[in-house]
Write a protein that binds this ligand. Structure first.
Ligand SMILES: C[S@@+](CC[C@H](N)C(=O)[O-])C[C@H]1O[C@@H](n2cnc3c(N)ncnc32)[C@H](O)[C@@H]1O
Length: 318
């Protein structure tokens, strides 16, 4: 390009104030990215004024696999394997301690309790009913799903009844005030809810209150780093993979913060396993720009791999 044409284009851009607008936007963006680098112990205290929109769960359409909950459906098989494996380990230990062989004595009926806090429409709870071990033993496990959203619980109940999962009990309640007696639950599942809670220490204390001795927390959440901010808060929302306002990066939690939170309630954290969710291009979606990327599949990585976005883990009451 000749220098004269270049100078001409540049003067038009300056006249239209475009460099300033672009720079202003870029600067704001960098500031946001920079803010993801909060101190390491940032999440072990209450956070004020987060922007996560929990109301969007009221009519998310939990069971529409191509709707707004599609991300949760894509990762569900991997979650079911992981949570199911941990329930199996705890239940086998429970059977061993209570000395009752599996399937032999109905006196153990409903004594082993699994609670899913922030269960939404029950995608994980229902998925677990098809896990190889749980399927075999489910009559001996009491499942309770709890969520603050009345609409979500209504949808969960309707779907469970339609699919004959009458043994799952659903309740409307907050993670900060669980409707359970002290030391009455064996396994608590915290799947994709921790990054929706402003006051994590309060929720963790409440969970610890209701868990039995040697009870277990199995959880899945998102770490707080630039990668997760760019991919989960920006790209996934811009391309319509998840609803706008699903996340606030400040509520993401690093594995170190999870360890600190567990230690504070006398729990022993056991592992942090990164989950990878791949995407694929959908050329048909190019016409409507926001549909050009789709979720492909989820896989669990080795515990030694760095946690960049989603991760799963579990911890025991000491
Ligand atoms: C991302 S969804 C996860 C749903 C489900 N656990 C799953 O993984 O399929 C987060 C859920 O947490 C619930 N939630 C948010 N704040 C809560 C609170 N304080 N107490 C209980 N549930 C809460 C929301 O209503 C929503 O259903």
């Amino acid at each position: 390009m000749s220098p004269i044409i270049f100078a001409f284009i540049l003067s038009i851009l300056v006249m239209l104030d475009i460099p300033h607008t672009l720079f202003g936007w870029y600067e704001e963006y960098l500031t946001m990215v920079w803010k993801t680098m909060e101190p390491l112990d940032y999440r072990i205290n209450e956070i004020n004024g987060s922007s996560v929109n929990n109301e969007l769960y009221h009519d998310i359409g939990w069971w529409n696999r191509n709707g707004w909950a599609k991300g949760l459906h894509i990762i569900n098989d991997v979650r079911v394997e992981y949570y199911g494996r941990e329930i199996e380990k705890s239940h086998r230990r429970f059977e061993h301690i209570s000395g009752t062989p599996i399937g032999m004595d109905d006196s153990t009926y409903h004594q082993f309790v699994v609670a899913d806090i922030g269960c939404g429409g029950g995608i994980l709870m229902e998925g677990l009913q098809n896990h190889s071990y749980v399927k075999h033993i489910k009559r001996k496990i009491k499942f309770v799903g709890v969520d603050i959203s009345r609409h979500s619980i209504k949808e969960a109940v309707i779907h469970a009844n339609e699919h004959h999962h009458y043994h799952i009990d659903y309740k409307v309640a907050s993670a900060y005030s669980l409707p359970f007696r002290n030391e009455s639950i064996d396994v608590i599942m915290l799947s994709d809810i921790l990054d929706h809670l402003d006051d994590l220490p309060r929720a963790m204390n409440e969970v610890s209150r209701v868990l039995k001795d040697h009870g277990k927390i199995v959880f899945g959440t998102i770490t707080r780093r630039v990668w997760s901010y760019l991919n989960i808060c920006n790209l996934a929302e811009w391309f319509g993979l998840i609803p706008l306002g699903t996340h606030d990066y400040r509520l993401f939690i690093t594995p170190d913060e999870m360890s600190t939170l567990f230690n504070a309630i006398q729990f022993k954290p056991n592992e942090f396993i990164p989950m990878d969710v791949s995407w694929k291009f959908d050329w048909n979606g190019m016409v409507a720009f926001r549909n050009m990327i789709r979720f492909n599949k989820a896989t669990l990585k080795k515990a030694s791999c760095p946690v960049k976005g989603l991760y799963l883990g579990y911890a025991h009451k000491k």
